[in-house]
Design a protein around this ligand. Sequence first.
Ligand code: BG6
Ligand code: MG
Length: 213
Amino acid sequence: PFKAVVFDLDGVITDTARFHHLAWKRLADTLGIGFDDELAESLKGIDRRMSLQMILDKGGVTLEPAEFDRLADMKNVWYKELIGTMTRDDLLPGALDTLKAVRAAGLKIGLASVSQNAPAILERLGIADLFDTVVDARLLKRGKPDPEIFLKAAAQLGADPADCLGVEDAVAGVASIKGAGMAALGIGKPSVLTEADAVIAGLDDFVLDDYLA
Ligand code: BG6
Ligand code: MG
């Protein structure tokens, strides 16, 4: 049985992917770079700077470091405007019940999001106090798919990764979980999250008993 569950945030607990999509598209538009759904999907779970690099690569654009930093900051200003409208109503179906059920069963809960905005989003959603630990994205050397973030979450919880269940909606995130030696529960489509040990469509399909046996 698992002793802890480590959740990703964007796309698992709340749908911030649409805000990232809007903010990146706005940036890509200013650069004259085409931004489609496929590019948006490939950016899920990828940190801010790597995401910008992937957009620039797509457009064949090279920037001076100072301009790169300015654009990454600008995207974040636009993104923060969008998440400033979030409330408890922006929790995805089943998210709150899942967190409460996991806690009630005596398991620890961690957050493994590469978003530097994650703590502010947890506050806006009113769920910050349900987490035993939150990995500080600013201190990561490598983003997903590197296992660093899930290994850190387990260490901060004092849990062996083998005793943890990781929950992720992104291909890069599932790879990070598996690299850390955890079991991976995918949120989305089995045809996309092929490395996951199990896949459900959303947390409203989460049945804790399935993972306690
Ligand atoms: C991840 C998102 O959770 O956080 C990515 O899936 C995003 O799309 C990344 O780029 C970094 O977020 P932020 O808020 O630090 O720019
Ligand atoms: Mg995600």
